[in-house]
Design a protein around this ligand. Sequence first.
Ligand code: GDP
Ligand code: MG
Ligand code: K
Length: 299
Amino acid sequence: MEQPTYKSGFISIIGRPNVGKSTFINQVVGQKIAIMSDKPQTTRNKIQGVYTADDAQMIFIDTPGIHKPKHKLGDFMVKSATDTLKEVDLILFMVNAEEKRGRGDEYIIELLKHVRTPVFLVINKIDLVHPDDLLAFIEQYKDLYPFREVVPISALGGNNVSRLLDTIKAYLPEGPQYYPADQVTDHPERFIISELIREKALQLTREEVPHSIAVVIEKMEREENKDVIHVMATIVVERPSQKGIIIGRQGSMLKEIGKRARADIENLLGSQVYLELWVKVQKDWRNKISQLRDFGFRE
Ligand code: GDP
Ligand code: MG
Ligand code: K
């Protein structure tokens, strides 16, 4: 008998906050996802979960920069988001069956119109609505975009989730098992976060601090039992005078940098963030290649 083909692919899950994206990933991966790893960052997208079966592997990724249309996003983030959507094999656009279509949904649909990747409309939280209301709900969306599939689920209860996985599999190309079966998540947006912090520091200090400052993400982990991500970062400068400027009078500058960076990081991660910032003087760090690697710079 012929060997069945192995299928694999990358799947972006997008949708407004609280529609149930994380719940869905947890349901699929079958365990609470712990943010992990001190691996160097090589891609800009966070792997939220990897589902490995005998005949398929699905890598679910987050799409930074797509959560909050009200927030003014940099070109970098919008471009990054659309680039990602072009590169993945499938997009799951998740909506909440209980909520009317909103500006956030329309913003996402606009982005979707710029990509050719197949898109499913995943209607989550069907446990909260009467089945008769589902058709009217779908009506709001069906003329806006040619969704390949419309799949109602309850991510929390697991209702219809296995059917969704089967449907996803049908759309995936033949491909390798990219990740070991026991790997469920990765955390590659450290680089973007360090850049966001660096950007705020430079904006607020204008000419006083050179562009050569670096930001090292020391730690990034989800606080136990909370939907808060703890980010600890160090701003590395070359001279004590620069350290003074970054910290500011009674810490006021550092506080402002933190406040602005945190808003962007929360937007990026779609989660609450507790940001802890430190400042360190380190002479000539630019000349030390090994340190550059530590700082997350890539060749
Ligand atoms: P995210 O912001 O899109 O990642 O949304 P979350 O996964 O954090 O879910 C937001 C809230 O919706 C949480 O309180 C979940 O428990 C709840 N939720 C998610 N999926 C379902 C579902 O299928 N049914 C119900 N009743 N609640 C759900
Ligand atoms: Mg979430
Ligand atoms: K979210």
